[in-house]
Design a protein around this ligand. Structure first.
Ligand code: PLP
Length: 419
């Protein structure tokens, strides 16, 4: 058995490069996390060789005795973690979890009411080029211009006007909690099903640090790799009466063989997410986002027209509003990359700049909380961000800012045994 360096030095070099990049910089991309080594071990295991078409105890091939145990464990753990009646752990991704849920609940051409991508929704909530808009009639709700929070009056008005078959609550770039009870009431009023896409905040829910949508929604979808801290993948939770429809929409509806190794990694992640250490990480994640939002709002950035959208955050991310600043989202992202902090530019609601430029920055704290960051470290990183966004790139302060990032990264070593 030859090592990867012998077989493929080009790829091996990039593997080492990526590990070093993660170790020496700080990820503040809101949808990223640093997966525990135990999860990575399951993901990189012999299960990646295993064909396991079908579901546990109902496979279309032999040799599934171990993956059957694992899939049942993953399913049980997911149900227990979120208090769900049924779980399907097979979706390859969050997008496929949504595709399966829509297929289970709708006919092609049916109407979905979901949040506009430009106001914080996701591609799968009706973006023009996505399957959601191509197979279904997607109508989008928005946030209020005044406070940048979801306009529930508009949700109710659009629901009455368009009589959707499905209402979707969930987001990729929004820093406040949604009112699941209010969404449910609107769905009931117009006879719609209600789906919550908790891809971003599933970890907070698992830890009891965010309201759980499961009691309100017919179906809940999520990714497993954001705040939840697991492998890249998807998960569907639902009431028992939708179980059959969901399972057959995932397999054979949307997918063929599941990723057995990813299911193993999900099982490990769900076990970790039920523990006290994970709860502490989620608490520090939310506290960190609050600290960064408050610190940036109270910094010299305010005089430059840079604000925090909605004035703060209740979750693991905040959105920096650059609409009244000379600085664009792209420039801000590039400046922070230059000193070793990765974030992503993001459109903000009513953004005057194009999507490749944007007037927003999405900053998340989940990965750093996993890495061990405490309140004082989040204060330090917030000050670094403020100083970086104020200072022009390329001057000598860039070197000092890089040093400050390196010191913080060094304080919380990552994947040491993988060196
Ligand atoms: N739904 C929401 C709300 C998301 O933020 C994401 C993340 O990108 C997805 C679905 C899709 O997840 P994936 O990239 O795994 O397909």
């Amino acid at each position: 058995d030859r090592t990867i360096s012998e077989v493929d030095p080009a790829v091996a070099a990039e593997l080492s490069g990526e590990l070093l990049r993660q170790q020496s910089t700080l990820s503040m991309i809101a949808s990223e996390n640093y997966t525990p080594l135990a999860v990575m071990t399951a993901q990189g295991s012999a299960f990646m060789n295993k064909l396991a078409e079908g579901y546990a105890d109902h496979r279309y091939c032999s040799g599934c005795e171990h993956i059957d145990v694992i899939e049942k464990l993953a399913t049980q753990r997911a149900k227990a973690l979120f208090g769900a009646e049924h779980a399907n752990v097979q979706p390859h991704s969050g997008a496929q979890a949504n595709a399966a849920a829509y297929a289970a609940l709708l006919e092609p051409g049916d109407t979905i009411l979901a949040m506009d991508l430009a106001h914080g929704g996701h591609l799968t909530h009706g973006m023009r080029l996505n399957f959601s808009a191509q197979f279904y009639n997607c109508v989008n709700y928005h946030v209020n211009e005044a406070d940048a929070q979801v306009d529930m009056d508009e949700v109710a008005r659009l629901a009455r006007e368009h009589r959707p078959k499905l209402i979707v609550a969930g987001w990729s770039a929004y820093s406040r909690r949604l009112d699941f009870a209010a969404f449910r009431a609107i769905a009931d009023e117009v006879g719609a099903r209600f789906l919550v896409d908790m891809a971003h905040f599933a970890g907070l829910v698992a830890a009891g640090e965010h309201p759980n949508p499961v009691p309100y929604a017919d179906v809940v979808t999520t990714t497993t790799h954001k705040t939840l801290g697991g492998p890249r993948g998807g998960l569907v939770l639902c009431r028992e009466r939708f179980a059959k429809a969901i399972d057959s929409a995932v397999f054979p509806g949307q997918q063929a063989a599941p990723l057995a190794h990813t299911i193993a990694a999900k099982a490990v992640a769900f076990k970790i997410a039920a523990g006290e250490e994970f709860r502490d990480i989620q608490r520090r994640t939310i506290e960190g986002a609050r600290i960064v939002a408050e610190r940036l709002a109270g910094s010299d950035l305010a005089a430059e027209g840079i604000k925090i959208l909605t004035g703060g955050t209740d979750v693991h991310l905040l959105l920096v509003d650059l609409r009244e600043s000379e600085l664009t989202g792209k420039q801000a992202e590039d400046r922070l990359k230059e000193i070793g902090i990765s974030v992503n530019r993001n459109t903000v609601p009513f953004d005057p700049r194009p999507p490749m430029v944007t007037s927003g920055l999405r900053i998340g704290t989940a990965a750093l909380a996993t890495r061990g960051f405490a309140a004082e470290d989040f204060r330090a990183v917030a000050d670094i961000i403020a100083d970086t966004l104020i200072s022009p790139v390329g001057d000598e302060s860039t070197v000092l800012l890089r040093d400050r990032v390196a010191t913080l990264a060094g304080k919380y070593p990552l994947y040491e045994s993988a060196r």
